[in-house]
Design a binder for this molecule. Structure first.
Ligand code: ADP
Length: 491
């Protein structure tokens, strides 16, 4: 049911109720009251007429009586008939002419009024009239009709006003709003909204408008998001297409890089080995030179005997064996580990110390090693030793670069919880704070001849291969490097 019909329905019902009340109660009651008033007036009139007839009846002056009643009838046109009978029941008026007196037609508003005529308690006759109330009731009826029409007119105007106002203030804006809402469902955000005031409909329009604005911005961001997603999907698709290719290229590049790194590290290790062998051999070579000089001198001064020759040759052989053993030791040290094994950490530390010991001595660098045996770890001892050697080499180079004398390196091994912790401290001046974060990066070096792979390899060995940790810090006058590796569980 439309809003208009809903508003009209109660008004129509009110109209029907009012009309029902008027026609069923008010109109009959008003007409009845009017009729009673008329009959009362007629009765009063009739009483005075009856009084005036008394002397005429007593004097039997029938002519005058007839004349009076005729003129009375003429004066009261609504009195359709006048009848007067005497006490004996004889009709005195109108005169019985032998012709049947004409009865007035049966009208709806015809009323009979009887008035007995008495004189000093004696009944003289009865005056009866038939009066038509229609003309006097017609006025009242007209007034009622007019009033009813005015009332219905007012009701109609009221209905029209309410319906028009409701249409302008509610119906039209609501229709516009519902049109905007159904367009909104089709994502049309531009439908003009009704321009209403600050009443309830205005509040509704305002909240619809702000809801629509929110929806529009959400829709816009949704559209943007979809576009972004599509773009990202497209990019992802392209990336996927090229990914395999790129991964292959990257893997190849990494392999090349690793290969190069291993090559460089091997070269560095070999250089280290040669350098250290040279130091290790310097003393025995000197001694060998002395032995040869001895033999030559003995020969020159004819003191060379079989015995002295045997003795010198034996010394020379011992020296050569020692030198050969040194090469074996070095080769073993640099031989890569094939498999994980249990090893004594202190032994691996001492093996590394042995490699560099001679070089340190010839550079007058004091070395103190505190590495008690008994800490067993599982892993690659040779790799661990190489990491320790790298730290020792760096310490030696820092001292060489920064000190003329009193160079000192302290190596200490201890157990901390389930870890074997080795610290290598030097007094070579320490590490500049700004390079500390990059120390373990591959190819990072501050040395002219440096490769920048020593610490990187040490980190790889300790962290990746042995699940340990490596760190660097500055101490007074120098640096401290700490290697932490887990001890074997059941050791
Ligand atoms: P390289 O020795 O070839 O430079 P490393 O990776 O072994 O490469 O060392 C990287 C850098 O770390 C060195 O160039 C040096 O600047 C710094 N460094 C390493 N050890 C020490 C140390 N004990 N004292 C001071 N600086 C050090």
């Amino acid at each position: 049911m439309s809003l208009r019909a809903k508003l009209l329905l109660p008004l129509v019902l009110i109209g029907i109720l009012i009309s029902g009340y008027l026609s069923a109660f008010w109109v009959p009651r008003t007409l009845a009251a009017d009729e009673v008033a008329h009959l009362r007036a007629v009765d009063r009139h009739l009483s005075s007429v009856a009084d005036s007839l008394v002397p005429l009846l007593l004097g039997n002056q029938l002519d005058i009586l007839h004349g009076n009643l005729d003129s009375l009838k003429q004066a009261n046109t609504d009195w359709l008939s006048i009848r007067l009978v005497n006490a004996e029941g004889k009709q005195l008026y109108p005169l019985a002419t032998g012709v049947v007196s004409q009865e007035p037609p049966a009208l709806p508003d015809l009323r009979k009024v009887e008035k007995p005529i008495h004189y000093l308690g004696e009944h003289l006759g009865t005056l009866t009239i038939q009066v038509d109330l229609a003309p006097s009731l017609a006025n009242t009826r007209n007034e009622i009709t007019e009033l009813t029409l005015v009332l219905l007119g007012v009701l109609a105007v009221l209905m029209l006003t309410i319906v028009t106002t409701a249409e302008i203030m509610v119906g039209r804006p609501v229709r516009q709003l519902s049109d905007a809402a159904s367009r909104l469902a089709r994502m049309d955000f531009g439908t003009p909204l009704p321009n209403v005031g600050t009443d309830e409909i205005g509040a509704l329009v305002n909240s619809f408008s702000s809801m629509r604005d929110d929806l529009q911005s959400n829709h816009a961001s949704l559209v943007q998001e979809i576009a972004d997603r599509k773009e990202a999907e497209e990019a992802l698709k392209q990336l996927n297409e090229t990914l395999e290719q790129r991964v292959r290229a990257e893997v190849a590049a990494n392999r090349d890089k690793d290969h190069l790194l291993i090559q460089q590290s091997r070269l560095a290790a070999m250089g280290e080995m040669v350098h250290n062998i040279a130091h290790q051999w310097r003393q025995p070579l000197n001694t060998l030179g002395l032995i040869i000089s001895n033999i030559v001198d003995d020969f020159r001064f004819k003191t060379l005997t079989e015995e002295t020759l045997e003795r010198d040759a034996a010394s020379a052989r011992r020296l050569l064996e020692k030198m050969s053993a040194t090469i074996d030791d070095f080769r073993d040290f640099f031989r890569p580990d094939r498999e994980k094994s249990s090893f004594d950490v202190a032994t691996a530390v001492r093996d590394a110390v042995f490699i560099i010991e001679a070089a340190l001595k010839s550079n007058h660098i004091d070395l103190a090693v505190d590495a008690p045996p008994g800490l067993t770890s599982s892993g690659f001892p040779s790799q661990y030793g190489q990491a320790v050697l790298n730290l020792l080499v760096n310490a030696k180079e820092a001292i060489q670069e920064n000190r003329d004398s009193d160079g000192r390196i302290r190596v200490a091994l201890r157990q901390e919880g389930g870890d074997a912790v080795l610290s290598v401290e030097d007094n070579g001046g320490g590490i500049p704070e700004d390079i500390l974060p990059r120390l373990f990066d591959p190819y990072f070096t501050t040395k002219d001849q440096g490769s920048g792979i020593g610490l990187y390899m040490a980190k790889m060995i300790i962290e990746r291969n042995m699940e340990g940790g490596i760190s660097a810090a500055n101490i007074e006058n120098g640096a401290r490097f700490t290697l932490r590796i887990p001890l074997e569980r059941n050791a």
